[in-house]
Design a protein around this ligand. Structure first.
Ligand SMILES: [Zn+2]
Length: 286
């Protein structure tokens, strides 16, 4: 097993990355001073670049019973992200890990923010074909409805990503909307966790006696497992986001489930631990 693979019962998970970006956390936590994060410098040294966050753009390939499910397709190579050039490494990372793009059966999009849909199409090729030619792409219908209103499509950031990377899926007939709990492959079930976006979904991986919860952007950083109540500006509904975050972390703790997140430290998985009465995310070591 390499550092970026994990086995949950019969389900194998490979952590991939579109790269990482460093940015001033006050962009996403506008109510907090930088001092809030200082107690975490020693705990998560890999997450900080000085006082800035070093945020992983994580994607995951789940293999179960001969089927492959990709979770999210990164930010892509477009323009800049939070003021820094987009790393755009996901296609290269597939090659590095020896995973053929045409071996993906399902592309599950946790939600439709631009850093989760960026490589739906081959933006590095002039014809821009689908990156995963044999896959159905799946997302909750509440996110489709939210992000495809005329108003949202006109929005400079979110609209650009939807126009470029999501609408073509519908036009090419490869998009399947979900309206609730949906089994994607044996042992892998998507379920709604609204708050970050209206149709944000998570995954329960249950196989043998082992469990994992892939929680997308319910944690935008490892620190939020402890600082669950802070206002996180990307959340569509702040109070709902806080409730959903607390609920899923309670569940992970009670069920001793591995927690996998889009922006947790690469490769993106860990467990909940308690230390002096507070809860922390702790990366799993091989
Ligand atoms: Zn994200």
């Amino acid at each position: 097993m390499s550092i970026n693979t994990l086995q949950i019962g019969d389900v194998q998970i490979t952590g991939l990355t579109d790269g990482s970006v460093s940015f001033d956390p006050r962009i996403l936590f506008p109510d907090e001073s930088l001092d809030v994060w200082a107690p975490y410098y020693d705990r998560f040294p890999e997450y900080f670049s000085g006082q800035f966050f070093k945020n992983n753009l994580g994607s995951f390939v789940f293999s179960s019973d001969g089927q492959r499910v990709l979770v999210d397709s990164g930010f892509g190579p477009h323009g800049d992200m939070l003021g820094h050039p987009a790393p755009g490494e996901l296609i290269t990372d597939f090659e590095r890990n020896g995973i053929a793009l045409d071996s993906i059966d399902t592309v599950f999009l946790t939600h439709l923010h631009g850093d989760h849909v960026g490589w739906n199409l081959r933006e590095d090729l002039p014809e821009r074909p689908l990156s995963f030619p044999n896959a159905r792409y799946r997302v909750h219908e509440a996110d489709w409805n939210h992000f495809t209103t005329a108003e949202m499509l006109d929005d400079e950031d979110s609209g650009a990503a939807t126009n470029r990377s999501v609408l073509p899926l519908e036009e090419q007939g490869v998009l399947d909307l979900m309206d609730g709990e949906t089994e994607l492959a044996p042992g892998i079930t998507a379920f709604p966790t609204p708050g970050h976006t209206p149709g944000h979904m998570s995954l329960l991986i249950a196989s043998g006696n082992e469990r994992a919860l892939l929680i997308g952007d319910m944690l935008g950083s490892p620190m939020q497992a402890t600082e669950t109540e802070l206002r996180y500006s990307p959340d569509w509904d702040g109070p709902m986001g806080v409730r959903a975050r607390n609920d899923i972390l309670d569940r992970a703790e009670n069920e001793e489930a591995v927690v996998i997140g889009s922006h947790l430290s690469y490769p993106g998985w860990g467990t909940m631990i308690r230390w002096e009465g507070r809860r922390y995310w702790k990366a799993l070591q091989e």
